[in-house]
Design a protein around this ligand. Structure first.
Ligand SMILES: O=C(O)c1cccc(C(=O)CC[C@H]2O[C@@H](n3cnc4c(=O)[nH]cnc43)[C@H](O)[C@@H]2O)c1
Length: 207
């Protein structure tokens, strides 16, 4: 099985690079898996996947950190995001929001498709261009979509895999709660360590 590991930043895969003694670079081809570092956000992710995603891959593994709306998920906890929604794709209509589906232009929600048994909590997430940090916007997002997590790339990866009919998995570790911005409370180091421990075990088992 050939896996494409996709992450926004190299920092999120620090220990994976070390463990597998990988060369530096944003696209690394190894024997059993390749790594693609896309840059942060949906546009950079779509562009990078447009260049590198191909039918030679049996699975795309999207790894990264994420914010959590749900306080029952602990910081550093790892989740399997099986549904991801382009939260801002659509039109404002006064106080209402019309999704791209409401507008008749397609889908805003995508699911990860695979047949791999993953012993992690399955959650639904949203993907945004700007990290939510405003109380009113957060309440609206929760009321409208009831997401458990938020990232800046997830839905773009699921979309690309859906378009190319390639299996995918989105695994993220929670670095922060979605709340008015307080960077001091983010546990990025813990989230990256736990994410990498999980990914190293997964990639070792798969090979
Ligand atoms: O400051 C650092 O040391 C550092 C190291 C690695 C990565 C980062 C990032 O900020 C990565 C940005 C990445 O994080 C995702 N993310 C995390 N929390 C949220 C959130 O609450 N809402 C949306 N996205 C979030 C996102 O996918 C970015 O790609 C910093």
């Amino acid at each position: 099985m050939k896996i494409l590991v996709v992450a926004a930043t190299k920092a999120e895969l620090t220990f994976l690079y070390q463990h597998f003694s990988l060369q530096e670079g944003d696209f690394i081809e190894d024997k059993k898996f390749d790594i693609l570092i896309t840059g942060v956000g949906m546009v950079a992710t779509a562009f990078a996947l447009g260049k590198h995603l191909s039918p030679k891959y049996n699975l795309v593994l999207n790894l990264g950190i994420a914010g959590a709306f749900d306080r029952s998920i602990e910081l550093g906890g790892i989740v399997n995001i099986t549904e991801d929604i382009f939260a801002e794709l659509g039109a404002e209509d006064g106080e209402n929001f019309l999704t791209i589906t409401d507008l008749g232009f397609g889908e805003s929600a995508y699911n990860s498709k695979n047949s791999i048994k993953i012993g992690l909590p399955k959650v639904s997430g949203v993907t945004v261009n700007r990290v939510s940090g405003n109380e009113r916007n957060i309440k609206n997002l929760v009321k409208r979509l009831n997401p458990k997590t938020e990232s800046m790339e997830g839905a773009a990866v699921l979309y690309a895999c859906h378009q190319e009919r390639i299996d995918c998995l989105q695994i993220r570790s929670i670095s922060n709660y979605v709340e008015p911005r307080n960077r001091d409370k983010w546990k990025i180091g813990l989230a990256i360590k736990n994410l990498n421990d999980w990914a190293i075990a997964f990639l070792t088992d798969m090979n």
